[in-house]
Design a protein around this ligand. Structure first.
Ligand SMILES: [Zn+2]
Length: 252
């Protein structure tokens, strides 16, 4: 492995663990669930081991190939690792996958309406979040392929009575997407208690890809809010994300 490859992997590991901390603080991840990131230019990805990701150190993260076999690391990999490998294998637009069991998303996955694009958070999923009808743990290639078929070209899928799978191009975009899904689900449950949620009529605009790849407002804020980055470092990250979106306007 070259020095540059090693730096890429160390960088991905740091970002993955930061995202796991944010997702845990936001009650999207609990002791279970797993987040992964594809190693660019390879058919491998990094994933947290078969225990709470917040307890893992960088050295505990595993490298797994697209047939769900561990190729580096010593810790056991999650039983549902195959969720990640089947998505990476067939979706070249995906760079990060999350599977977890957040309570409000599970409730909405059980509602007949599914997720309704009724507010700002939910609008991001205006293209729909399909429901995979099988509640079993996805621990075989067969089940994972069925889930993938249900997911189609969407970025998120409810696993009925079980959890969610969310994917995006970047780790940060994926974490923000999952947080928005859980917030939308919580608000939908709340709204459902006194009114029927209805889709926004003034154009549900769906996701803005570049903002999801580099969520320059919410991501540095979350890292700061949850005590993961200092104000100075959060500001530095904001500027580097802004530069990814508007390279000509932002000078570092
Ligand atoms: Zn699960």
């Amino acid at each position: 492995m070259t020095k540059k490859d090693n730096k890429t992997i160390q960088d991905l590991k740091r970002r993955l663990l930061e995202a796991i901390r944010v997702l845990s603080s936001e009650d999207v991840l609990d002791g279970s669930g797993h987040l992964s990131a594809k190693i660019p230019g390879t058919e491998t990805f990094i994933i947290n081991p078969r225990y709470a990701g917040v307890l893992a150190d960088p050295a505990d993260l595993c490298v797994v190939d697209f047939s769900a076999k561990r190729v580096a690391g010593t810790e056991p990999i999650p039983l549902e690792t195959v969720i990640h490998s089947v998505i990476y294998k067939s979706r070249s637009d995906v760079g990060s996958v999350l599977h977890c069991h957040p309570r409000f998303s599970i409730l909405v996955g059980l509602q007949e309406s599914g997720l309704v694009p009724f507010n700002r958070d939910a609008r991001m999923f205006a293209d729909g979040v399909p429901v995979f009808p099988n509640s079993a743990g996805i621990n075989s290639e067969k089940l994972a392929s069925q889930m993938l078929e249900t997911m189609g070209d969407h970025y998120a899928v409810f696993l009925k009575g079980h959890g969610i799978v969310v994917s995006e191009q970047t780790i940060e975009g994926n974490a923000v997407s999952a947080i928005r899904l859980e917030r939308a689900a919580r608000d939908q449950i709340l709204l459902s208690s006194f009114s029927q949620p209805k889709p926004l009529t003034d154009g549900a605009r769906g996701r803005l890809r570049s903002r999801m790849d580099h969520p320059y407002r919410i991501w540095p804020y979350l890292l700061y809010q949850h005590g993961i980055k200092s104000k100075k470092d959060a500001r530095k990250l904001t500027r580097s994300m802004l530069k990814q979106i508007w390279p000509d306007e932002i000078k570092l």
